[in-house]
Design a protein around this ligand. Structure first.
Ligand SMILES: Cc1cc2nc3c(=O)[nH]c(=O)nc-3n(C[C@H](O)[C@H](O)[C@H](O)COP(=O)(O)OP(=O)(O)OC[C@H]3O[C@@H](n4cnc5c(N)ncnc54)[C@H](O)[C@@H]3O)c2cc1C
Length: 204
């Protein structure tokens, strides 16, 4: 990256996606700027989610701002340009990224941190039993904050599962599995709970 000790070769660093790594890069760069190196962040969402707080956001423990990092002030802190846009292509020969809404942006060095998008078609049972969380912005748009699931404490989990199965309720677990805190747990399919995921839990 350095030609001599004071002559950086890289002038224009383009960051695609405001994922966790790029957030850290901008923070570090703001704290210790490198002369003659300019950062440009292109991100589809200006407010990038902090995934570790997502369960608390869904449960209503945090609001949107608490669980998201605003890349506006972060970019200003880092002296970086911010483009709210989606990258739809890369032209490595011309060293340009192609954006959905603006003219191509040139780079000397390109870094990609756009996160992941799970393909539920590749995992057996994922479509029926799982809800893809990534990209988080899309998940929040579809689901919004609310209740993730309801848990009931029961005395005889095995007996309860048998009787629910007899009555035709759709179960995720037909017999108890190990749950948090040393408890035996079992989940009912949301179909059995009018769209709500239900957990049954018995102290061992
Ligand atoms: C509930 C939950 C808890 C987690 N807890 C942990 C944990 O404790 N520890 C841990 O290490 N990991 C944890 N993870 C995993 C963690 O979220 C991921 O490893 C991390 O988010 C990956 O970050 P990322 O930087 O790859 O992308 P993301 O955080 O997904 O960010 C991607 C960014 O790129 C932008 N973007 C995407 N496509 C484009 C495009 N084409 N053009 C422009 N911008 C684009 C998006 O707008 C977004 O800002 C957890 C995940 C979840 C869901």
């Amino acid at each position: 990256m350095q030609q001599g000790k004071t002559q950086p070769v890289v002038k224009n660093v383009v960051l695609v996606g405001a994922g966790h790594t790029h957030v850290s890069v901008l923070r570090a760069f703001g704290m210790k700027p490198v002369p003659d190196v300019c950062f440009t962040l292109i991100t589809r969402e200006v407010h990038t989610p902090y995934s570790g707080m997502l369960p608390g956001l869904i449960a209503g423990l945090y609001d949107f701002d608490e669980a998201h990092i605003d890349t506006g002030p972060l970019s200003r802190f880092a002296g970086a340009r911010l483009h709210h846009d989606e990258v739809v292509g890369i032209d490595p020969a011309a060293q340009r990224v192609i954006c959905r809404h603006r003219s191509p942006i040139s780079y000397d060095l390109l870094s990609l941190d756009p996160g992941s998008t799970p393909n539920t078609a590749l995992v057996a049972g994922a479509r029926e039993h799982a809800i893809p969380v990534k990209p988080i912005a899309g998940f929040l748009e579809r689901r919004g904050p609310g209740i993730h699931h309801i848990c009931f404490a029961v005395d005889d989990l095995e007996g309860m599962l048998e009787s629910l199965a007899r009555e035709g309720y759709r179960l995720i677990h037909r017999s108890p599995v190990d749950g948090a805190g040393g408890r035996k747990v079992a989940f009912l399919h949301p179909e059995a709970g009018g769209g709500v995921l239900i957990e049954l839990s018995e102290e061992k």
